[in-house]
Design a protein around this ligand. Structure first.
Ligand code: PMP
Length: 374
Protein backbone atom coordinates (compact mmCIF):
# COMPACT_ATOMS: atom_id res chain seq x y z
CA UNK A 1 0.00 0.00 0.00
CA UNK A 2 1.21 3.50 -0.83
CA UNK A 3 0.01 5.78 1.93
CA UNK A 4 -0.41 9.46 1.07
CA UNK A 5 -3.04 10.44 3.64
CA UNK A 6 -0.91 11.57 6.57
CA UNK A 7 -3.25 14.44 7.50
CA UNK A 8 -5.91 11.81 8.26
CA UNK A 9 -3.62 9.76 10.45
CA UNK A 10 -0.04 8.50 10.59
CA UNK A 11 1.86 5.26 11.16
CA UNK A 12 3.50 4.59 14.50
CA UNK A 13 7.20 3.72 14.57
CA UNK A 14 8.68 0.66 16.31
CA UNK A 15 9.68 2.72 19.35
CA UNK A 16 6.16 4.17 19.68
CA UNK A 17 4.76 0.64 19.46
CA UNK A 18 7.11 -0.75 22.07
CA UNK A 19 6.36 2.16 24.43
CA UNK A 20 2.63 1.44 24.10
CA UNK A 21 3.09 -2.30 24.59
CA UNK A 22 5.30 -1.78 27.65
CA UNK A 23 2.55 0.14 29.46
CA UNK A 24 -0.14 -2.36 28.45
CA UNK A 25 1.83 -5.39 29.54
CA UNK A 26 4.82 -5.06 31.90
CA UNK A 27 3.93 -1.70 33.48
CA UNK A 28 0.14 -1.93 33.33
CA UNK A 29 -0.60 -0.42 36.77
CA UNK A 30 -2.96 2.45 37.38
CA UNK A 31 -1.22 5.85 37.32
CA UNK A 32 -3.51 7.18 40.07
CA UNK A 33 -2.76 4.37 42.53
CA UNK A 34 -0.73 5.34 45.57
CA UNK A 35 1.80 2.74 44.40
CA UNK A 36 2.38 4.46 41.03
CA UNK A 37 5.85 5.69 41.95
CA UNK A 38 6.88 2.09 42.60
CA UNK A 39 5.29 0.49 39.52
CA UNK A 40 6.43 3.22 37.11
CA UNK A 41 2.83 3.97 36.07
CA UNK A 42 3.40 7.66 36.82
CA UNK A 43 6.16 7.94 34.20
CA UNK A 44 4.21 8.21 30.87
CA UNK A 45 2.13 11.22 31.89
CA UNK A 46 5.16 13.06 33.22
CA UNK A 47 7.17 12.31 30.08
CA UNK A 48 4.30 13.27 27.80
CA UNK A 49 3.92 16.64 29.56
CA UNK A 50 7.62 17.43 29.44
CA UNK A 51 7.93 16.35 25.79
CA UNK A 52 4.95 18.50 24.80
CA UNK A 53 6.39 21.45 26.75
CA UNK A 54 9.67 20.98 24.88
CA UNK A 55 8.22 20.72 21.38
CA UNK A 56 5.92 23.75 21.90
CA UNK A 57 8.37 25.68 24.10
CA UNK A 58 5.73 26.02 26.84
CA UNK A 59 6.54 27.43 30.27
CA UNK A 60 6.03 24.38 32.45
CA UNK A 61 4.85 20.82 31.96
CA UNK A 62 1.94 21.33 34.38
CA UNK A 63 0.13 23.33 31.72
CA UNK A 64 -0.88 20.23 29.73
CA UNK A 65 -4.05 18.24 30.22
CA UNK A 66 -4.41 14.99 28.35
CA UNK A 67 -7.60 13.90 26.64
CA UNK A 68 -8.88 11.30 24.17
CA UNK A 69 -7.70 13.52 21.31
CA UNK A 70 -8.27 16.88 19.71
CA UNK A 71 -12.03 16.43 19.35
CA UNK A 72 -12.38 16.22 23.12
CA UNK A 73 -9.90 19.07 23.67
CA UNK A 74 -11.81 21.34 21.27
CA UNK A 75 -15.18 20.44 22.80
CA UNK A 76 -13.76 21.08 26.25
CA UNK A 77 -12.79 24.67 25.40
CA UNK A 78 -16.35 25.53 24.38
CA UNK A 79 -17.98 23.66 27.26
CA UNK A 80 -15.73 25.47 29.71
CA UNK A 81 -16.59 28.87 28.26
CA UNK A 82 -20.30 28.08 28.46
CA UNK A 83 -20.06 27.21 32.13
CA UNK A 84 -17.91 30.18 33.14
CA UNK A 85 -19.23 33.20 31.24
CA UNK A 86 -22.71 32.11 30.04
CA UNK A 87 -23.02 34.92 27.49
CA UNK A 88 -20.96 36.93 25.01
CA UNK A 89 -19.52 36.80 21.49
CA UNK A 90 -17.54 33.86 20.14
CA UNK A 91 -15.41 34.17 17.00
CA UNK A 92 -14.29 31.17 14.97
CA UNK A 93 -12.96 31.07 11.42
CA UNK A 94 -15.18 29.81 8.62
CA UNK A 95 -12.81 26.87 7.96
CA UNK A 96 -12.65 25.26 11.40
CA UNK A 97 -12.76 21.49 11.83
CA UNK A 98 -16.24 20.17 12.81
CA UNK A 99 -14.92 19.51 16.33
CA UNK A 100 -14.67 23.29 16.75
CA UNK A 101 -17.55 24.34 14.51
CA UNK A 102 -20.17 22.11 16.09
CA UNK A 103 -19.52 22.98 19.75
CA UNK A 104 -19.53 26.65 18.69
CA UNK A 105 -22.88 26.21 16.94
CA UNK A 106 -24.22 24.48 20.01
CA UNK A 107 -23.33 27.54 22.10
CA UNK A 108 -24.97 29.78 19.51
CA UNK A 109 -28.20 27.81 20.04
CA UNK A 110 -27.79 28.46 23.77
CA UNK A 111 -27.70 32.23 23.22
CA UNK A 112 -24.05 33.08 22.53
CA UNK A 113 -23.41 35.45 19.64
CA UNK A 114 -21.38 33.30 17.22
CA UNK A 115 -19.59 35.10 14.39
CA UNK A 116 -17.60 33.44 11.61
CA UNK A 117 -14.39 35.14 10.56
CA UNK A 118 -14.17 34.80 6.76
CA UNK A 119 -11.17 33.56 4.78
CA UNK A 120 -9.95 34.79 1.39
CA UNK A 121 -9.92 32.69 -1.77
CA UNK A 122 -6.67 31.02 -0.64
CA UNK A 123 -8.10 30.09 2.76
CA UNK A 124 -6.23 32.71 4.79
CA UNK A 125 -8.21 34.26 7.65
CA UNK A 126 -9.07 37.87 6.82
CA UNK A 127 -7.35 39.90 9.54
CA UNK A 128 -9.26 43.03 8.63
CA UNK A 129 -12.59 41.25 9.19
CA UNK A 130 -11.26 39.77 12.43
CA UNK A 131 -10.25 43.25 13.58
CA UNK A 132 -13.76 44.51 12.87
CA UNK A 133 -15.42 41.62 14.74
CA UNK A 134 -13.22 41.91 17.83
CA UNK A 135 -14.66 43.89 20.74
CA UNK A 136 -14.58 43.76 24.55
CA UNK A 137 -17.74 41.60 24.35
CA UNK A 138 -15.76 38.73 22.77
CA UNK A 139 -15.20 35.87 25.23
CA UNK A 140 -13.48 33.34 22.96
CA UNK A 141 -11.61 33.39 19.65
CA UNK A 142 -10.82 30.02 18.08
CA UNK A 143 -8.71 29.98 14.92
CA UNK A 144 -7.01 26.82 13.66
CA UNK A 145 -3.26 26.91 13.11
CA UNK A 146 -3.18 24.71 10.00
CA UNK A 147 -6.08 23.56 7.91
CA UNK A 148 -6.55 19.81 7.52
CA UNK A 149 -7.69 20.03 3.87
CA UNK A 150 -5.48 22.68 2.27
CA UNK A 151 -2.67 22.83 4.82
CA UNK A 152 -2.98 26.64 4.92
CA UNK A 153 -1.24 28.16 7.94
CA UNK A 154 -2.74 31.11 9.79
CA UNK A 155 -0.59 33.84 11.37
CA UNK A 156 -1.30 32.76 14.91
CA UNK A 157 1.18 35.28 16.35
CA UNK A 158 -0.40 38.23 14.59
CA UNK A 159 -3.95 37.04 15.33
CA UNK A 160 -3.05 36.64 19.02
CA UNK A 161 -1.79 40.21 19.22
CA UNK A 162 -4.93 41.50 17.53
CA UNK A 163 -7.11 39.59 20.00
CA UNK A 164 -5.14 40.87 22.99
CA UNK A 165 -5.35 44.42 21.72
CA UNK A 166 -9.06 44.56 20.88
CA UNK A 167 -10.61 41.95 23.18
CA UNK A 168 -8.28 41.89 26.19
CA UNK A 169 -10.38 39.50 28.29
CA UNK A 170 -11.13 37.00 25.52
CA UNK A 171 -9.51 33.58 25.53
CA UNK A 172 -7.55 32.74 22.38
CA UNK A 173 -7.69 29.09 21.38
CA UNK A 174 -5.99 27.46 18.44
CA UNK A 175 -6.67 23.98 17.13
CA UNK A 176 -3.08 23.04 16.28
CA UNK A 177 -3.86 19.40 15.50
CA UNK A 178 -2.35 19.55 12.01
CA UNK A 179 0.49 21.89 12.95
CA UNK A 180 2.17 20.07 15.86
CA UNK A 181 5.06 17.99 14.57
CA UNK A 182 5.10 19.67 11.16
CA UNK A 183 6.05 23.30 11.89
CA UNK A 184 7.99 25.08 14.62
CA UNK A 185 5.74 26.38 17.40
CA UNK A 186 6.91 28.63 20.24
CA UNK A 187 4.39 29.40 22.98
CA UNK A 188 6.75 31.83 24.67
CA UNK A 189 7.65 33.86 21.60
CA UNK A 190 5.56 34.12 18.44
CA UNK A 191 2.54 32.29 19.90
CA UNK A 192 2.76 33.93 23.33
CA UNK A 193 -0.85 35.18 23.18
CA UNK A 194 -2.26 31.68 22.71
CA UNK A 195 -4.19 30.70 25.84
CA UNK A 196 -5.38 27.25 24.78
CA UNK A 197 -4.02 24.84 22.16
CA UNK A 198 -5.38 21.46 21.07
CA UNK A 199 -3.27 18.59 19.74
CA UNK A 200 -3.63 14.93 18.85
CA UNK A 201 -0.93 12.25 18.93
CA UNK A 202 -2.08 10.24 15.92
CA UNK A 203 -1.30 13.17 13.61
CA UNK A 204 2.40 12.97 14.53
CA UNK A 205 3.00 9.21 14.49
CA UNK A 206 1.62 8.59 17.98
CA UNK A 207 -1.32 6.37 18.94
CA UNK A 208 -4.96 7.16 18.19
CA UNK A 209 -7.24 8.19 21.05
CA UNK A 210 -4.78 10.38 22.91
CA UNK A 211 -4.13 14.10 22.70
CA UNK A 212 -4.63 17.10 24.86
CA UNK A 213 -5.06 20.72 25.63
CA UNK A 214 -2.33 23.18 26.52
CA UNK A 215 -3.72 25.69 29.00
CA UNK A 216 -1.69 28.80 29.83
CA UNK A 217 -1.03 29.12 33.59
CA UNK A 218 -3.69 31.18 35.34
CA UNK A 219 -6.55 30.09 33.09
CA UNK A 220 -9.25 28.11 34.84
CA UNK A 221 -10.88 25.34 32.86
CA UNK A 222 -14.17 23.83 33.99
CA UNK A 223 -13.87 20.04 33.68
CA UNK A 224 -15.77 18.42 30.84
CA UNK A 225 -15.46 14.97 32.36
CA UNK A 226 -15.97 14.63 36.10
CA UNK A 227 -15.49 11.58 38.27
CA UNK A 228 -12.26 10.28 39.77
CA UNK A 229 -10.50 13.64 39.59
CA UNK A 230 -7.52 12.63 37.46
CA UNK A 231 -5.48 15.31 35.61
CA UNK A 232 -5.41 17.49 38.76
CA UNK A 233 -9.22 17.35 38.80
CA UNK A 234 -9.46 18.83 35.32
CA UNK A 235 -10.28 15.65 33.38
CA UNK A 236 -11.49 12.49 35.04
CA UNK A 237 -10.89 9.04 33.64
CA UNK A 238 -8.14 6.48 34.21
CA UNK A 239 -4.89 7.86 32.81
CA UNK A 240 -4.16 6.40 29.38
CA UNK A 241 -0.61 5.32 30.23
CA UNK A 242 0.00 3.31 27.00
CA UNK A 243 -1.30 6.21 24.92
CA UNK A 244 0.78 8.79 26.77
CA UNK A 245 3.90 6.63 26.56
CA UNK A 246 3.31 6.39 22.80
CA UNK A 247 2.70 10.13 22.55
CA UNK A 248 5.95 10.90 24.39
CA UNK A 249 7.90 8.49 22.17
CA UNK A 250 6.36 10.06 19.06
CA UNK A 251 7.25 13.61 20.15
CA UNK A 252 10.78 12.43 20.83
CA UNK A 253 11.05 11.37 17.17
CA UNK A 254 9.71 14.58 15.63
CA UNK A 255 12.25 16.01 13.22
CA UNK A 256 11.05 19.31 11.86
CA UNK A 257 14.10 19.57 9.63
CA UNK A 258 12.88 16.51 7.69
CA UNK A 259 9.99 18.63 6.43
CA UNK A 260 12.33 20.65 4.21
CA UNK A 261 12.70 17.56 2.04
CA UNK A 262 9.00 16.81 2.35
CA UNK A 263 8.27 20.26 0.92
CA UNK A 264 10.55 19.60 -2.05
CA UNK A 265 8.71 16.33 -2.76
CA UNK A 266 5.30 18.03 -2.41
CA UNK A 267 6.45 20.74 -4.85
CA UNK A 268 7.66 18.06 -7.26
CA UNK A 269 4.25 16.39 -7.02
CA UNK A 270 2.50 19.67 -7.81
CA UNK A 271 4.73 20.34 -10.83
CA UNK A 272 3.95 16.86 -12.19
CA UNK A 273 0.21 17.24 -11.51
CA UNK A 274 0.09 20.40 -13.59
CA UNK A 275 1.52 18.45 -16.54
CA UNK A 276 -1.21 15.80 -16.32
CA UNK A 277 -4.44 17.71 -16.83
CA UNK A 278 -6.01 21.14 -16.23
CA UNK A 279 -5.72 20.68 -12.47
CA UNK A 280 -6.43 23.44 -9.97
CA UNK A 281 -4.09 23.32 -6.98
CA UNK A 282 -5.61 25.12 -4.02
CA UNK A 283 -3.82 27.69 -1.85
CA UNK A 284 -0.59 27.85 -3.85
CA UNK A 285 1.42 30.94 -2.92
CA UNK A 286 0.31 31.32 0.69
CA UNK A 287 2.01 29.74 3.73
CA UNK A 288 1.06 26.06 3.79
CA UNK A 289 2.06 22.92 5.65
CA UNK A 290 5.02 21.49 3.74
CA UNK A 291 3.35 18.09 3.34
CA UNK A 292 -0.08 19.00 1.97
CA UNK A 293 -1.35 19.27 -1.59
CA UNK A 294 -5.05 19.82 -2.20
CA UNK A 295 -6.21 19.91 -5.81
CA UNK A 296 -9.36 19.67 -7.91
CA UNK A 297 -9.83 17.76 -11.13
CA UNK A 298 -12.35 19.13 -13.58
CA UNK A 299 -15.70 17.33 -13.90
CA UNK A 300 -14.70 14.55 -11.61
CA UNK A 301 -15.86 13.11 -8.29
CA UNK A 302 -13.01 13.25 -5.80
CA UNK A 303 -14.67 10.54 -3.71
CA UNK A 304 -14.99 8.13 -6.66
CA UNK A 305 -11.40 8.71 -7.70
CA UNK A 306 -10.15 8.22 -4.14
CA UNK A 307 -12.02 4.90 -3.98
CA UNK A 308 -10.63 3.85 -7.36
CA UNK A 309 -7.07 4.71 -6.29
CA UNK A 310 -7.52 2.83 -3.01
CA UNK A 311 -8.53 -0.27 -4.97
CA UNK A 312 -5.23 0.13 -6.83
CA UNK A 313 -3.28 0.37 -3.58
CA UNK A 314 -2.88 4.14 -3.24
CA UNK A 315 -4.42 5.87 -0.24
CA UNK A 316 -5.16 9.59 -0.57
CA UNK A 317 -7.85 11.77 1.00
CA UNK A 318 -10.93 13.39 -0.42
CA UNK A 319 -12.71 16.45 0.95
CA UNK A 320 -14.87 14.33 3.17
CA UNK A 321 -11.93 12.35 4.57
CA UNK A 322 -12.42 13.49 8.13
CA UNK A 323 -16.17 13.00 8.40
CA UNK A 324 -16.94 9.36 7.83
CA UNK A 325 -19.32 8.48 5.04
CA UNK A 326 -20.04 12.08 4.08
CA UNK A 327 -20.34 12.79 0.35
CA UNK A 328 -20.28 16.54 0.90
CA UNK A 329 -17.33 18.49 -0.51
CA UNK A 330 -14.69 19.95 1.77
CA UNK A 331 -16.23 22.73 3.86
CA UNK A 332 -12.93 24.57 3.72
CA UNK A 333 -13.02 24.85 -0.07
CA UNK A 334 -16.63 26.08 -0.03
CA UNK A 335 -15.71 28.72 2.58
CA UNK A 336 -12.91 29.85 0.25
CA UNK A 337 -15.53 30.47 -2.42
CA UNK A 338 -14.56 27.45 -4.56
CA UNK A 339 -17.41 26.37 -6.84
CA UNK A 340 -19.44 23.40 -5.47
CA UNK A 341 -18.63 21.10 -8.42
CA UNK A 342 -14.94 22.01 -8.30
CA UNK A 343 -14.92 21.30 -4.56
CA UNK A 344 -16.55 17.91 -5.22
CA UNK A 345 -13.60 17.08 -7.48
CA UNK A 346 -11.01 17.69 -4.79
CA UNK A 347 -8.33 15.30 -3.63
CA UNK A 348 -5.88 15.76 -0.79
CA UNK A 349 -2.42 14.24 -0.87
CA UNK A 350 -0.58 14.51 2.43
CA UNK A 351 2.99 13.26 2.61
CA UNK A 352 4.89 11.94 5.58
CA UNK A 353 8.62 12.29 6.33
CA UNK A 354 9.18 8.85 4.78
CA UNK A 355 7.22 9.39 1.55
CA UNK A 356 9.48 8.73 -1.45
CA UNK A 357 9.52 10.22 -4.94
CA UNK A 358 8.90 6.68 -6.27
CA UNK A 359 5.66 6.52 -4.29
CA UNK A 360 4.59 9.88 -5.67
CA UNK A 361 5.40 8.69 -9.21
CA UNK A 362 3.33 5.56 -8.65
CA UNK A 363 0.40 7.73 -7.52
CA UNK A 364 0.84 10.03 -10.55
CA UNK A 365 0.85 7.03 -12.93
CA UNK A 366 -2.34 5.59 -11.41
CA UNK A 367 -3.99 9.02 -11.52
CA UNK A 368 -3.07 9.42 -15.17
CA UNK A 369 -4.53 6.01 -16.02
CA UNK A 370 -7.74 6.83 -14.21
CA UNK A 371 -8.07 10.18 -15.95
CA UNK A 372 -7.49 8.57 -19.36
CA UNK A 373 -10.08 5.87 -18.78
CA UNK A 374 -12.78 8.23 -17.50
N1 PMP B 1 -8.83 19.24 14.35
C1 PMP B 1 -8.26 19.04 13.16
C2 PMP B 1 -7.74 20.21 12.39
C3 PMP B 1 -8.13 17.75 12.64
O1 PMP B 1 -7.55 17.56 11.46
C4 PMP B 1 -8.63 16.66 13.42
C5 PMP B 1 -8.53 15.24 12.90
N2 PMP B 1 -9.08 15.05 11.64
C6 PMP B 1 -9.23 16.93 14.66
C7 PMP B 1 -9.30 18.23 15.09
C8 PMP B 1 -9.78 15.82 15.51
O2 PMP B 1 -8.72 15.11 16.08
P1 PMP B 1 -8.92 13.71 16.83
O3 PMP B 1 -8.87 12.67 15.77
O4 PMP B 1 -7.77 13.61 17.77
O5 PMP B 1 -10.20 13.77 17.57
Amino acid sequence: MIYLDNNATTQASESVLSAVVKYMSKCFSNASATTAAFTGADVPRRNAASQMAKILNAEEPETFFFTSGATEANNWVFASIASTVRTGTILISSIEHPSVREPAERLARQGFNLQLVPVDSHGVVCLEALGRLLSPDVVLVSIMAANNETGVLQSIGEIGELVRDKAPTALFHTDATQAVGKIAIDLQKEWKEVDLLSFSAHKFNGPKGVGGLYCRPGIDLTPLLVGGGQEQGARSGTTNTPGLAGLAAAVDEIELTAFGEVRQKRDYLEQQLLKLAPILIHSVGVPRLPNTCCFSLPECSGDDLVTELAAQGVIVGSGSACSSGSQEPAQTLLAMGVDYQVALGSIRVSLGPKTSVEELDFFLDRLKENLMSS
